[in-house]
Ligand binder design. Sequence first.
Ligand SMILES: NC(=O)c1ccc[n+]([C@@H]2O[C@H](COP(=O)([O-])OP(=O)(O)OC[C@H]3O[C@@H](n4cnc5c(N)ncnc54)[C@H](O)[C@@H]3O)[C@@H](O)[C@H]2O)c1
Ligand SMILES: O=C(O)C(=O)C[C@@H](O)[C@H](O)[C@H](O)COP(=O)(O)O
Ligand SMILES: [Zn+2]
Length: 356
Amino acid sequence: MQTVKISTSSKDYPVFIGSGAIHQLNKFLLTDMPGITNISIIVDTAVADLYLEHFQSALSGFELSVCKVPSGEQAKTFDVYYEVMSFLLAEKLDRKSLILALGGGAIGDLAGFVAATYMRGIRFIQVPTTILAHDSAVGGKVAINHPKGKNMIGAFHQPEAVFYDLEFLASLPLKEKRSGFAEVIKHGLIHDILFYAHLRDRLHSLTDLSTADLEAFLQRGIEIKGEFVSVDETEQGIRAYLNFGHTLGHAIEAEMGYGGWTHGESVAVGMIFALYLSQRKLDLSFNIDDFKKWLTLLGYETTIPKNVDHKNLLERMKQDKKSIGQKVNFILLKEIGNPEIHEVSDEEILEELARF
Ligand SMILES: NC(=O)c1ccc[n+]([C@@H]2O[C@H](COP(=O)([O-])OP(=O)(O)OC[C@H]3O[C@@H](n4cnc5c(N)ncnc54)[C@H](O)[C@@H]3O)[C@@H](O)[C@H]2O)c1
Ligand SMILES: O=C(O)C(=O)C[C@@H](O)[C@H](O)[C@H](O)COP(=O)(O)O
Ligand SMILES: [Zn+2]
């Protein structure tokens, strides 16, 4: 098992990565988190069917309750948030209680936001079950969506630890593997040209990946994420680089109706768009056609669907959290591994969307 240490201004915590990682959780709770009164597991129904029994059998000596929520983006709604809050109150969680988020990024984001706001903040642990969650479980961004925009209601609240048991990943459908790998590729593009080159070299299919490769890719992704978060926990500056591909990506997700396209599928298209803008505005030297061919081989879409209205996308991008005074800011690349934030005018965005 590997451990990556995440160090932020509000908290330091470990990310345990490897097969069987959840079997270390009980010991961690007993030795590193004294005084826990009771624990609530927040889990989506699909993950519960697959893994809840197995997960619960790894825990003993605690008063446990289980709160099941819908799977996918349906979990990140105000109604579900309210239901979970009501559940925790009924279960009498207090300020010494613990929340365990068992699931993908949607569950981590929801449960983390619940933990951040229940009685003004209680402790939680991330137990990610998707590839994508190598990103979402680390760094403390927690949120639910608003119909007007992704993650519009949220907080920064770091977990006490992350237990990333790679055995969970075996049951992931291909679509979800693809979604997760978009963020792995993002981590390479924004920060580590050698890692990106290594991914290009090794990743020809998402179905025949060796466990060793998968583990190494996820660990490197987590390390890169940790580097940004440790310098800039609350996104005053360079943390925004982790948003590469998300300006358009989030607009696509919201415009298509949350869950229509997965987060990673939308981010992949958003990254291609940001690469075109990077060529236009920063003279990025990079073969985008070749990149698109690679993504196509891996099964990604490489442009927005024909029926999506460009003006609607622009309006959504104006509500992105990086937009200031209705001016849209994109994360662009000067070169691979070297991101910058740049304002892009409405005219430039619409022109590039028309060409896209
Ligand atoms: N907080 C952050 O820093 C951050 C970073 C990236 C993404 N996100 C958020 O994460 C969410 C996407 O995360 P996700 O892709 O993990 O989504 P998810 O939690 O919706 O999981 C995707 C689907 O896979 C299923 N699933 C989960 N684990 C499984 C398993 N082991 N086997 C089979 N099926 C499984 C779920 O039930 C769901 O249907 C988005 O809401 C995105 O905004 C947050
Ligand atoms: O951790 C971050 O910072 C990121 O931007 C990581 C993204 O992959 C993630 O999707 C995040 O939730 C987006 O944040 P938002 O602030 O744009 O909602
Ligand atoms: Zn993301």
